[in-house]
Design a binder for this molecule. Structure first.
Ligand code: FDM
Length: 212
């Protein structure tokens, strides 16, 4: 519990391939949680507003080239620079819905061929999510959804590899939702698993760190 004595907020992460629906579902969730009278915020990684985030953004839009390990460490640094704020928000009772986190970091970099344990290294000590909701969509189907936006990783063959690497990251906090279901059904399932998680955190589930 925080200094205010509030029950702590839940750290909820949404993961999935590009075009899996994460961003729309995240904003739907925020509206729902606020409607329940809960304090909640929507975050996303990469956070392109910081200096590190701008380097990442320029890399993703193919305006700059970086070595695979270098960009991996920048993505990680972009989470580290938010860690203190993240912890204080959670301890003061705010629920954080986070669109992509360390799981994207490891899945995308290891899909390029980097060693998975090496990829996890810099994530150790960041806050562990209370729930990772994985929006599961076959890569082919995601590619059909209005096409990709043209950023560096938005290519079918690469997304197939990312999907395989995500599978290696399943842990106890991981819940898979079938993202091929109608949007409203996905939203309903998400609300249920998220509310379960929110209640557990209110009851005192401890905040722990990655990657134990
Ligand atoms: N991505 C995202 C990574 O490769 N590593 C990371 O740590 C994170 C958070 O960046 F292709 C990739 C995943 C995706 C791109 O796209 C960010 P969006 O559209 O901003 O989610």
């Amino acid at each position: 519990n925080g200094a205010t004595g509030n029950p702590r907020g839940a750290l909820v992460v949404l993961e999935g391939l590009d075009r899996s629906g994460k961003t729309s579902q995240a904003s739907g969730l925020l509206t729902y949680l606020e409607g329940q009278g809960l304090s909640a915020e929507l975050w996303r990684f990469p956070d392109r507003n910081t200096c590190v985030g701008q380097m990442i953004s320029s890399y993703l839009s193919n305006k700059s080239e970086l070595d695979d390990r270098t960009i991996h460490l920048l993505f990680s640094a972009n989470r580290w620079e938010k860690r203190t704020l993240m912890e204080s928000k959670l301890r003061s009772g705010t629920i954080l819905i986070v669109d992509r986190y360390s799981y994207s970091g490891v899945a995308f970099s290891s899909a390029k061929g980097l060693d998975i344990e090496w990829c996890k290294g810099p994530e150790k000590g960041l806050l562990a999510p209370d729930l990772v909701a994985y929006l599961d969509v076959p890569p082919e189907k995601a590619a059909e959804r209005g096409g990709y936006g043209g950023e560096r990783y938005e290519q079918l063959e690469f997304q197939k590899k990312v999907a395989q690497h995500y599978e290696m990251l399943h842990d106890l906090t991981w819940k898979t939702v079938d993202a091929c279901l109608p949007m409203e059904e996905v939203a309903k399932q998400l609300r249920e698993i998220v509310m379960d998680c929110v209640v557990n955190c209110q009851k005192g589930k401890p905040l722990i760190e990655l990657w134990q």
